[in-house]
Design a protein around this ligand. Structure first.
Ligand code: SAM
Ligand code: SF4
Length: 393
């Protein structure tokens, strides 16, 4: 099953090491109507061979970052892409157009590296908004420098932000990010909320022995301010390649840590393919009876737990990713990337040819990440060569 050769428009396949092993979830036999052997067809959107359709586009605007989170980036940074190697604003605009108008993309997230490091960020968002007035455009950011840009970003048409913040304790924050920048992040968070980039979500990764003991503090801080906190299990995407399963704080452990100070009850809404399992948060001591009968009043807020490692949600995955240098990644853990940049920079390439190449890349999306069983099995797992910052989280 290789992408059909379409002359100069075929996406070039960049093999980055061992291929991911197909997982039992989802299986082709579980696809309604049986296995799909028809092949990629842009008129059906970004469909893969397991019948999943990607509608959620994530674009990395830049690989550079001003923090060095230990679970993401090595202390010394990485060899950065040159400006010429990055997708230009015009190329991003063209790709989003093709994604939305031809391939069924329904939501967009801008990420990196650190998107705020990109000098033309406001202009990029303004152009995307002008082209797609109704497209939800979110951004994941570490919030450094957001204080200066939040109002302009909102004005340009950014819908909302997720801000990464792993601890509200200064020393722990500095230990995790290798930078003493908590104050700048907190100012950025305030500016985003004031600019209306809401609902504002906080992303946190728990690291054993570093910030796990502070999980409940972070939740208290978040619900007090009306932010929804989301804990993401640490994935093996750190530049230092130090990840191990034993060191990962699982979603179950996270819920236990939070239960020392709060009562969590699953939210009533259908999860509908969303990666986060969400909970309403009540004060400790609240009984199930009180919650059921509404005697406790509204919850303090909500919290999400994303169990990418221990309870993967690959069967419902709706994501397609473009790296900062214009490659399609159908899965975070794929070792195959498909280069669209050479197509974009060939003046003879049509939008239809780019759509075809993108659809072909997504058709090859693996069933699940990293193993032949649900969850990470280290014996058979081949971690990707790229770190999270280089892919675009
Ligand atoms: N620099 C921005 C930020 O930190 O929000 C955007 C890029 S960052 C790669 C996107 C998200 O990926 C962040 O929320 C970060 O916590 C998460 N992340 C990075 N490395 C991770 C890992 N190894 N496991 C789980 N999440 C990770
Ligand atoms: Fe930078 Fe975000 Fe990676 Fe932290 S998680 S090093 S802020 S890209």
């Amino acid at each position: 099953m290789s992408p059909s050769a379409t002359g100069p428009v075929a996406p070039s396949r960049v093999q980055l090491g061992m291929p991911t092993l197909p997982s039992q979830i989802p299986s082709r036999s579980s696809v309604a109507g049986g296995p799909d052997t028809t092949g990629p067809d842009p008129s059906r959107g970004l469909m893969d061979s397991f019948g999943r359709r990607a509608t959620d586009l994530r674009i990395s605007l830049i690989d550079k970052c001003n923090l060095r989170c230990t679970y993401c980036m090595p202390a010394e940074g990485l060899p950065w892409l040159s400006k010429d190697q990055l997708l230009s604003a015009a190329e991003i605009r063209r790709l989003v157009d093709i994604g939305v108008n031809t391939l069924g993309v329904r939501e967009l997230r801008l990420t990196g590296g650190e998107p705020l490091v990109r000098a033309d960020l406001v202009e990029i968002i303004a152009a995307l908004r002008a082209d797609h007035p109704d497209l939800p455009i979110a951004m994941t950011t570490n919030a450094i420098g957001l204080e200066r840009k939040a109002a302009a970003l909102a004005e340009a048409g950014l819908t909302r932000v997720n801000i990464s913040l792993d601890s509200v304790h200064r020393e722990t924050f500095a230990q995790l990010t290798r930078r003493d920048s908590l104050d700048k992040v907190l100012i950025g968070v305030e500016a985003a909320a004031a600019a209306g980039l809401t609902p504002l979500k906080i992303n946190a990764v728990l690291m054993r022995g570093i910030n796990d003991a502070h999980a409940a503090d972070l939740l208290e801080w978040s619900v007090t301010r009306g932010f929804e906190l989301r804990f993401i299990e640490q994935m093996p995407l750190d530049g230092d390649q130090q990840w191990n399963k034993e060191g990962t704080i699982s979603a179950a452990e996270t819920r236990e840590l939070l239960s020392e100070r709060f009562v969590l009850t699953p939210t009533p809404e259908n999860r509908d393919g969303a990666p986060a399992e969400r909970f309403d948060v009540y004060p400790l001591g609240t009984s199930a009876e009180e919650i059921r009968h509404g005697r406790q009043g509204p919850p303090l807020g909500r919290v999400g737990v994303i169990a990418s490692v221990t309870e993967p949600f690959c069967a419902d995955c709706r994501r397609t990713r473009l790296t900062a240098e214009g490659r399609v990644m159908s899965c975070l853990f794929s070792n195959e990337e498909f280069d669209l940049m050479h197509l974009l920079r060939n003046p003879a390439t049509t939008d239809a040819q780019i759509a075809q190449a993108w659809a072909e890349a997504m058709w090859l999306k693996p069933a699940a990440h990293g193993t032949d069983r649900p969850g990470f099995d280290l014996a058979s797992f081949h971690r990707p060569d790229r770190s999270m910052s280089a892919i675009g989280g």
